[in-house]
Design a protein around this ligand. Structure first.
Ligand SMILES: Cc1cc2nc3c(=O)[nH]c(=O)nc-3n(C[C@H](O)[C@H](O)[C@H](O)COP(=O)(O)OP(=O)(O)OC[C@H]3O[C@@H](n4cnc5c(N)ncnc54)[C@H](O)[C@@H]3O)c2cc1C
Length: 614
C-alpha cells in the first residue's frame, strides 16, 4: 500500500509518469534502510495520507489522477500549515532520489581518470575481528577531525593507541562506483536524517565512518577569527586561545592538510558568478582555502570524494597515526567509559552483530562529536555536570538559488568555492558559494508538480549560495541511551540575521546577472527583482525558513569557570582523571567560521597538554 502511495506521490511531486515514478521509488531503496524506523514510517504514513486525501477529494487514488488534478490537490494541501510542513519534509528525500539515485537525472558522473591518490595505508580492524579484551596506553573514541589529530600525537609520542570508530571504512572505489544517493545513506549517521527539533526544525547532517565528518565535509578551511579567540580568552578563560599559541597550532594543522586557495581554473561557474556578484557590489570576497590538494572539481565532496583529492583525516592524519602504531577498530560503538576511584580505567564498546570489546587504558580521548559525546558521558556515569549537553551552537545556514541565462553546471567545479566576508565582522555572517550536482542541491527548489519539474529541467542554469550565522548557544542534546534528542531554539537576533543573509545573497545573485532568485522563504519562494527580494525578506517569518546546520559545537565546553564549563582549560573532563575531550564539543562558542581547523587545533593543543601531564 505504502509503495503504491509513494509512487503516486513521487509522480505528483515531480510530474512524472508511473514508470519514471517507479524508478524514483526503487532508488529510494538505497536510502531508506539507513533512516531510523520513525523517519521511514513517517515517509510511508505521509504518502498514504496524501493518497487518502486524494481518495476523499476526488474518489480516486493519486496515481489515477491527471497532472492537473494531482497538482491541484498538492497545492490545496500546501496551503494548510500542517500539511505544508509535512509535504516540504517528504519532498526532500524524493527530490534527492530523483536527482542523485541510480537512475537520477543529476548528472553525477564517475570520474574518467584514476584517483589523485590511492586509499591510505591504514591499520583498520573491523570490530568482529578484534579480540574481546585488550590493553592500551590510550583509547581514542571517534576517528573524525578531533580524534584523528589526538591519535596521531599520542602514537607519535610512543603510546600504544586504539581508535574506536562506530562507522566503517569506506574506499575510493565505492565512491566511484556507487550512486551518490547510496553513498549518502552509508556515510551519514541515520542516513543524514538528524534533525534538531524546534521551530523551524534544523536539518543537522553528521558523518559516520573512519574519518568522521571529514569524509563528507566540503574541505573549506578557515582559521579561527581573532575576535573569536579573544572572546574565548576573555569570557571563557581559555588560555590556549592565545593568538600566538593557537596560531601555531593552526599553522601545524594547515601544513598537515595542505590547505590552499581554490584555483580559479577548477572553481566552476557557481563560484565565479559569486565572485562576479560580490565584485559588482564592491563586497569583499575570495576563493575559499581548502584541504584538497589535486582537486579537479567534481562537486561531490558531500558524498565521499571519488578522486581521493579532498584531504580528510582518513587520508591526511590517520595514516601518520597508524604508521606510528595506532590501530583503528571500526564498527565499534563505545557504550561506556569505564572508571573507578575517580580515574578512567578503559572503555566498553559494542561490536557489530553483537558482543562487546573491552579495552583497558588509563587515558581516554573522547572525540565522538558534539551530539554524541554528551550522551556517551552520561551513560558512562560521567555526565553529572549541569552544562553537559547544553550550550549547543550549530552555525545555522540558509541558502538561495539563482537562475542564469548562461549555464552554471554545478557538477563541474568545486562544491564550496568562493566566500564573501563583507558582513562577517559586522553580523557574524559568512556567505559561501556552495553548489552540488543536481539532486543533492535541488532540495532548495520551491514548488510542486509541473512547477518543480520545470525548475529541475533548467537545473544546469542554477547557482546556489549559502550563508551561515555565528549563533548564540541556543540548543541542547538530551538523552544517553539510543538516539540523542537534539533541540535548538533559534534566537530572535540570529533569525533576523538569517533573513538579512537571504537578502544579501539575493543581491549577489542579481548583481551577478541572475534572472530569478529562489529565496527559500515559504510563501515568497521566487523573486524576479531586487524590489521583490526586499518585499520577500520584509515579509519573511523565521518559522517558515528552511534551515540546515553543519557545525554543531559547544556541548561540553572548555573554560576556566568550573560551574559552567564541564572541561577545564587544558582539556580535562572535570570530575574524573584521565578523560580528555578533543572534539567539537569543547569549542567554547560558535567559531563563526567552518570549524574543522579550529577543532583540530584544539585537539592538538589538548593532546599536547595531556602528554605533558602524564
Ligand atoms: C556536509 C558537511 C559539510 C561540512 N563542511 C565543512 C567544511 O567544509 N569545513 C569545515 O571546517 N567543516 C565542515 N563541516 C564540519 C566538520 O567536518 C565537523 O565540524 C568536524 O568534522 C567535527 O569534528 P569532530 O571530531 O567533532 O567529529 P566528527 O568528525 O563528526 O567525528 C566523530 C566520529 O565519532 C564517531 N562516533 C560517534 N559516537 C561514537 C561512539 N559512541 N563510539 C565510537 N565512535 C563514535 C562518529 O561515527 C564519527 O566518525 C561539515 C560538516 C558537514 C556535515
Amino acid at each position: 500500500l505504502a509503495r503504491r502511495s509513494l509512487a503516486g506521490l513521487c509522480a505528483a511531486l515531480l510530474d512524472l509518469d508511473s514508470a519514471a515514478a517507479g524508478l524514483v521509488v526503487a532508488d529510494l531503496d538505497d536510502l531508506l534502510p539507513f533512516l531510523p524506523g520513525a523517519a521511514r514510517h513517517a515517509l510511508s504514513a505521509g504518502a498514504v495520507a496524501v493518497d487518502a486525501a486524494s481518495l476523499l477529494a476526488t474518489g480516486h487514488r493519486l496515481h489515477r489522477l491527471s497532472s492537473e488534478q494531482r497538482e491541484r490537490l498538492l497545492e490545496r494541501l500546501s496551503r494548510r500549515t500542517l500539511t505544508d510542513g509535512a509535504l516540504d519534509t517528504i519532498k526532500i528525500p524524493i527530490v534527492f532520489a530523483y536527482g542523485a539515485g541510480a537512475h537520477g537525472v543529476g548528472k553525477i558522473a564517475r570520474p574518467d581518470h584514476p584517483p589523485v591518490r590511492p586509499d591510505a595505508d591504514l591499520d583498520v580492524v573491523p570490530s568482529t575481528e578484534f579480540r574481546q579484551r585488550a590493553v592500551a596506553d590510550a583509547v581514542v573514541i571517534g576517528s573524525g577531525a578531533g580524534g584523528a589529530i589526538a591519535a596521531r600525537a599520542l602514537a607519535r609520542a610512543g603510546l600504544s593507541v586504539v581508535i574506536l570508530e562506530e562507522g566503517r571504512r569506506h574506499s575510493v572505489e565505492e565512491f566511484r562506483e556507487r550512486p551518490a544517493l547510496a553513498r549518502f545513506g552509508a556515510l551519514y549517521r541515520d542516513g543524514g536524517s538528524t534533525v534538531a527539533l524546534g521551530s523551524p526544525p534544523v536539518i543537522l547532517p553528521l558523518g559516520r565512518g573512519v574519518g568522521g565528518t571529514t569524509l563528507v565535509n566540503s574541505g573549506t578551511c578557515y582559521r579561527t577569527p581573532e575576535k573569536v579567540l579573544a572572546r574565548w580568552r576573555e569570557v571563557h578563560g581559555v588560555e590556549m586561545a592565545d593568538s600566538e599559541r593557537f596560531g601555531s597550532l593552526l599553522d601545524e594543522i594547515e601544513r598537515t592538510l595542505e590547505v590552499a586557495p581554490v584555483p580559479l581554473s577548477i572553481m566552476g561557474n557557481n563560484g565565479l558568478l559569486t565572485l562576479r556578484g560580490a565584485e559588482k557590489l564592491g563586497w569583499s570576497a575570495h576563493p575559499i582555502r581548502r584541504n584538497a590538494p589535486g582537486c579537479r572539481g567534481c562537486s561531490q565532496c558531500a558524498v565521499g570524494c571519488p578522486e581521493n583529492a579532498k584531504f580528510g583525516v582518513h587520508l591526511s592524519v590517520l595514516p601518520a597515526a597508524c604508521a606510528a602504531g595506532a590501530v583503528i577498530v571500526s564498527e565499534a560503538r563505545v557504550e561506556r567509559i569505564l572508571h573507578g576511584g575517580g580515574r578512567a580505567t578503559g572503555v566498553r564498546a559494542a561490536r557489530r552483530g553483537g558482543g562487546t570489546i573491552e579495552i583497558l587504558a588509563d587515558l581516554i580521548f573522547v572525540a565522538a562529536g558534539a551530539t554524541e559525546t554528551p550522551p556517551l558521558l552520561r551513560r558512562s556515569g560521567l555526565g553529572d555536570h549541569p552544562h553537559i549537553g547544553r550550550n549547543l551552537a550549530v552555525h545555522p545556514a540558509v541558502s538561495v538559488g539563482g537562475w542564469f541565462d548562461e549555464p552554471v553546471r554545478a557538477s563541474q567545479g568545486v562544491l564550496q568555492s568562493a566566500g564573501i566576508d563583507e558582513l562577517h565582522a559586522s553580523d557574524g555572517l559568512l556567505m559561501e558559494a556552495t553548489s552540488a550536482p543536481g539532486g543533492i542541491g535541488s532540495m532548495v527548489l520551491p514548488g510542486l508538480g509541473r512547477r518543480l519539474a520545470a525548475q529541475l529541467e533548467k537545473i544546469e542554469h542554477l547557482a546556489t549560495l549559502g550563508a551561515m550565522v555565528g549563533d548564540e548557544p541556543s540548543g541542547s542534546v538530551h538523552g544517553w541511551e539510543g538516539r540523542p534528542v537534539i533541540r535548538y531554539r533559534l534566537s530572535r537576533g540570529d533569525g533576523a540575521k538569517l533573513i538579512k543573509a537571504i537578502g544579501a545573497m539575493g543581491r549577489v545573485m542579481f548583481a551577478a546577472g541572475a534572472t530569478e532568485v529562489a529565496t527559500g522563504i515559504r510563501g515568497h519562494d521566487t523573486v524576479g527583482s531586487e524590489k521583490e527580494l526586499e518585499a520577500a525578506t520584509a515579509a519573511a517569518r523565521v518559522e517558515r525558513l528552511h534551515i540546515a546546520a553543519f557545525h554543531p559545537t559547544g556541548t561540553v565546553r572548555m573554560g576556566s569557570e568550573a560551574t559552567t564549563h564541564p572541561v577545564d582549560p587544558v582539556g580535562r573532563l572535570r570530575g574524573v582523571d584521565g578523560v580528555y575531550v578533543v572534539d567539537a564539543s569543547i569549542v567554547p562558542s560558535c567559531p563563526e567560521v567552518n570549524p574543522q581547523l579550529t577543532i583540530m587545533a584544539f585537539a592538538e593543543g589538548v593532546t599536547a597538554n595531556a602528554l605533558a601531564a602524564n
